[in-house]
Design a protein around this ligand. Structure first.
Ligand SMILES: [Cu+2]
Length: 574
């Protein structure tokens, strides 16, 4: 069976919608912007925008409140492509410069107990107050603390179990981004944890060593929950990673780096702007592990950085201020085939990379984000594409302990893990535009794709809209076969679960659905720009035993105890 559903593929490319606030920012902006001709309106159309967060409860089939965005809202910033290419430093989203005077926070490793071969972790999603030095104090959310969460760590073959308490003022969920696991344990929008309740997922780690992460995934509310601080790293080990010649002492020469951009009001409170700018909130304050203006002392010749773009919308291009090479060793789902020397590395929200960086005794250098090629989007200056800024500083000690040259053995399971294009039996097409995938917005009550367990498939994914989108598939790590018919660049050739989509290019992804058939519990695929995901750019697939088609369905919706409460759930900063 070779099923194709090339739906609505080439519908007209919608313009970005840009709000009065963003327009005002632009008007305040650099003299550069005056060179723009605020004229040509190539994208005149009205745009119906559904905002789940404005609905009473996003998980229920209630009346929808579309917001009509008219051409007038687009007019002010709609600029011709020719003018834009001539104006490559224009930005309305530039981060503020900070002094690097605060020591980088390292999320603690989460304690766990082991009993009967099961490693159990306790997580509590809670509210708290975080002091951001030089900015102020803000209400924030975190796991086992006020902001972000501890780093979870487990080894391939171990069974992990969690006790997750929700002490937030509203329901949430905890999704294990990048993890291969049963759909019922995935922590997507069907596994909500009500206020005051406990969720106890468990599964056996069965995938290569990798830097994964965890974050909430409540439908329509993911941007807010992640932005307020609910995110943490999940490091997996295996025989290859444990035997590797790589910096591996957590918090010493092996550093988690959760990079995020935030915005604060005058009194220092975290604010999620939600003004409708594309591709979502682009904050002017950069933090790593919650530290603004972070520095880190280096004590070894090489340091491994586990970079996670934990931002809701901003795509970074990481590079060092002196253009030194980074050795990339792993992408989202684990090791590359071999070490890869790079000078810059683009990471979209949700993507990870492990890089090893060399230092000379006594030197100081900064990790930056440089101008980001967003792949021919309209108005990169309002999407963060033109921003260049320092992320954090590294200060090397006068003498550095030796570190080995990066290398790693092949894992025992490497051959079994390998994906084979010639085994692909199904090709599916996914076209992303506005807030839809294949012409449809997310519906919790609709299964979009039915996959047979054991099958290898090719997913052909394409954004047909010149604004930033990406694609994330739950449960699996895929391989990029080609991008517009060309072999992927080496940094995209390793195991991946999230990929930025240059507009109007076709990404052929090779993916295998090895186990965990469950006809009534879907996994998600979606854009990982969290605003887009919240507003419906998501679909659901189930993995079933062949012949089990008649059993396919969605889990029954649960009633919510806070049904009658304020549907906004209390946005921060208001
Ligand atoms: Cu998107």
């Amino acid at each position: 069976m070779n099923r194709r559903s090339r739906a609505n593929g080439e519908r007209l490319a919608a313009a970005p919608f840009i709000t009065p606030q963003a327009r005002a920012r632009a008007a305040r902006g650099a003299a550069e912007s005056r060179r723009l001709e605020w004229a040509g309106l190539p994208f005149l159309r009205s745009y119906e925008r559904e905002r789940p967060r404005d609905r009473a409860r996003p998980r229920h089939p209630v009346a929808r409140t579309p917001v009509r965005r008219t051409a007038a809202a687009l007019a002010a910033l709609a600029v011709s492509a020719t003018v834009l290419t001539a104006c490559d430093s224009f930005s309305t989203t530039a981060p503020t410069a900070h002094e690097f005077v605060n020591e980088l926070a390292i999320p603690p490793l989460a304690p766990s107990t082991e009993e009967g071969g099961v490693r159990t972790f306790d997580l509590t999603a809670e509210t708290g107050t975080t002091a951001f030095p030089g900015i102020g104090e803000s209400e924030t959310w975190g796991f086992n603390g006020a902001f972000l969460g501890p780093t979870l760590r487990a080894e391939r073959g171990e069974q992990v179990a969690f006790e997750i308490d929700n002490r937030l003022p509203e329901a949430t969920s905890v999704h294990w981004h990048g993890m291969h696991l049963p759909a019922a344990m995935d922590g997507g929008p069907h596994q909500m944890i009500e206020q005051g309740e406990t969720w106890r997922p468990t599964w056996t780690i069965d995938q290569p060593a990798a830097t994964l992460w965890y974050h909430p995934h409540p439908h329509g509310e993911t941007e807010k929950h992640v932005y307020q601080g609910l995110a943490g790293m999940f490091i997996l080990d295996d025989d290859a990673s444990l035997a590797a010649d790589l910096p591996s002492e957590y918090g010493v020469d092996d550093l988690p780096m959760i990079v995020q951009d935030k915005e604060f009001d005058r009194s220092g409170r975290l604010v999620l702007r939600n003004d409708g700018s594309e591709p979502g909130t682009l904050g002017d304050t950069i933090m790593v592990n919650g530290t603004v203006g972070a520095y880190r002392e280096v004590t070894t010749e090489r340091v491994r950085l586990r970079l996670l773009n934990g931002s809701t919308a901003r795509t970074y291009t990481f590079a060092f201020d002196d253009d030194r090479a980074m050795t990339m060793v792993a992408s989202d789902g684990g090791f590359l085939d071999e070490p890869l020397e790079m000078q810059d590395l683009r990471l979209a929200p949700g993507e990870r990379a492990e890089v090893v960086v060399e230092f000379e005794p006594g030197e100081t250098t900064r990790l930056r984000s440089v101008k980001t090629n967003l792949g021919g989007i309209v108005v990169p200056g309002t999407s963060g594409g033109n921003d260049e800024f320092d992320v954090m500083e590294f200060r090397a000690d006068p003498s550095l302990a030796p570190s080995p040259e990066p290398s790693w053995p092949q894992a025992q399971d490497a051959v079994a893990d390998e994906l084979h294009e010639d085994e692909a039996s199904v090709t599916r097409d996914f076209s992303l535009n506005t807030r839809e995938i294949n012409g449809l917005k997310m519906d919790m009550n609709r299964i979009d794709e039915v996959v047979h367990v054991g099958d290898t498939e090719i997913w052909e994914v394409r954004s047909t809209q010149p604004i930033p989108h990406s694609f994330h598939i739950h449960d699996v790590q895929f391989r990029v076969l080609s991008i517009d018919g060309e072999a992927p660049p080496p940094e995209l050739a390793g195991p991946k679960d999230t990929i930025y989509l240059n507009p109007n290019q076709t990404y052929r992804l090779l993916v295998r659905f090895e186990d965990y058939a469950d006809p009534t519990m879907p996994y998600m695929y979606h854009c990982h720009m969290l605003l887009h995901e919240d507003e419906g750019m998501m679909g659901q697939f189930v993995v079933i035993e062949p012949g089990d088609e008649a059993a396919v369905g969605v889990p029954p919706m649960r009633e919510h105890s806070d049904e009658e409460e304020d549907g906004h759930g209390g946005h921060l900063g208001h």
